[in-house]
Ligand binder design. Structure first.
Ligand SMILES: *[C@@H]1O[C@H](CO)[C@@H](O)[C@H](O)[C@H]1NC(C)=O
Ligand SMILES: *[C@@H]1O[C@H](CO)[C@@H](O)[C@H](O)[C@H]1NC(C)=O
Length: 288
C-alpha cells in the first residue's frame, strides 16, 4: 500500500454512489512510452509492486488523441489524428450522470470555460489530451463543460471533500512525459501527483489507474503493437496475483470496467460486446 503521510484527513465518502469494486476511480494518463522503457524506471517498477501491473496492456492507435477518445467512448469514433475533431453521441460522462455519479476532468494548464482550441497560450495544455471537450454533447453545453477544469483545483477539491467519483487527470505535455520522457513523468508522479492524491487513498474503495496514452511510435514493435505500462493501485486491489495480470487489456477496457462497477447502461459502441473489462478477480469485493 502506498504510504499515507498526509497530515490532514478528509471525509470524501459521504455521498458516494456505491460501486461493486470501487466507489471512486482516478485515472492519470502519461505520454509516449513503451512498456519496456517504462519498466526501466525504478519508481514505475516500485508502483507496480504496490498494486497490479497489467503486463499485456496496449494502446489502440498512433498518435495520441484516438487513445484518449477510446478511454471514454470505447471506440475511436472516427478520430485517427491529433487534429481537433468533434464527436457526436454519448460518452462515459453521460452514463455516469444518468446514475448520479459525479465526474471531473482535471487538465493541467487548462484555461477553463469550455476552452476548445487545440492548445493553451502557454502551449502546455493540448486538446488532444482532453477527450471530453471533443464530445459535442459536453462542449456545447455550459452545464456540462464546467466539469472540465484546470487541474490546480484538485487540491482544493480534496481539502473540501468534493472530489468527484470519476476523476480523469491529464498532466501537461512536460509533466506527462509527452515532450520529456518516462523518467521525467515518473519523477512528476513521485514528487507531485501521488503526494497530492494520497489523502484520497485513505478511502479503501478508491482505485487509481496509471497508464500511458501510447507507446513511443518511433520504437514501436509490430509484433507487440503499442504495448504500454498500466498499473492498478489502491487499498483494495488484490495482491494475490503476483502483482501482475497478463490478460490482454487496452484503452477500450476502461468504459466496460466502469459500466460494470456502477451498473451503468451502455454506449452501443462495442463497449459491452467487444471490450474487455479489467478482471473481476483484481478487486476485493468489500461492498458490504
Ligand atoms: C445540458 O446539460 C444539462 C445537464 O446535464 C441538461 O439538463 C440539459 O438538457 C443539457 N442541454 C442540452 C441543450 O442538451
Ligand atoms: C442494473 O440496472 C438495471 C437497469 O437499470 C436494473 O434493472 C438492475 O436491477 C440493476 N442491477 C443491480 C444489481 O442494481
Amino acid at each position: 500500500m502506498l504510504i499515507i503521510n498526509s497530515l490532514f484527513l478528509v471525509n470524501t465518502s459521504s455521498q458516494l454512489v456505491k460501486g461493486i469494486h470501487f466507489d471512486r476511480i482516478i485515472t492519470i494518463v502519461l505520454g509516449n512510452s513503451n512498456y519496456e522503457e517504462s519498466m526501466k524506471d525504478p519508481y514505475l517498477v516500485y508502483l507496480a509492486s504496490q498494486g497490479i501491473l497489467l503486463s499485456n496492456y496496449h494502446a489502440i492507435w498512433h498518435p495520441s488523441q484516438p487513445n484518449y477518445i477510446a478511454m471514454i467512448r470505447s471506440s475511436k469514433s472516427g478520430v485517427l489524428t491529433d487534429f481537433n475533431q468533434d464527436v457526436e453521441g454519448a460518452s462515459l460522462p453521460d452514463l455516469l450522470e444518468d446514475k448520479g455519479i459525479s465526474w471531473k476532468a482535471y487538465m493541467e494548464n487548462y484555461p477553463g470555460y469550455g476552452f476548445s482550441d487545440s492548445q493553451s497560450f502557454d502551449k502546455l495544455y493540448v486538446r488532444m489530451h482532453n477527450p471530453f471537450i471533443s464530445m459535442n454533447q459536453i462542449r456545447t453545453n455550459s452545464s456540462r463543460y464546467i466539469y472540465i477544469v484546470n487541474a490546480d483545483t484538485l487540491k482544493k477539491d480534496i481539502e473540501d471533500g468534493t472530489v468527484p467519483q470519476y476523476v480523469f487527470y491529464s498532466p501537461n505535455v512536460i509533466n506527462s512525459g509527452h515532450e520529456t520522457n518516462a523518467n521525467f513523468a515518473s519523477k512528476y508522479l513521485n514528487n507531485t501527483f501521488i503526494p497530492l492524491i494520497e489523502p484520497l487513498l485513505i478511502n479503501s474503495r478508491t482505485l487509481l489507474v496509471i497508464t500511458f496514452d501510447e507507446s513511443s511510435a518511433y520504437f514501436d514493435s509490430l509484433t507487440n503493437y503499442n504495448h504500454i505500462y498500466t498499473v492498478l493501485l489502491g487499498p483494495n486491489v488484490l495482491k494475490s496475483l503476483k502483482h501482475e495480470d497478463s490478460d490482454r487489456y487496452d484503452h477500450y477496457s476502461f468504459v466496460p470496467t466502469i459500466e460494470q462497477n456502477w451498473n451503468l447502461s451502455t454506449l452501443g459502441s462495442g463497449d459491452d460486446t467487444e471490450s474487455t473489462p479489467f478482471g473481476d478477480g483484481l478487486f476485493l469485493d468489500v461492498s458490504s
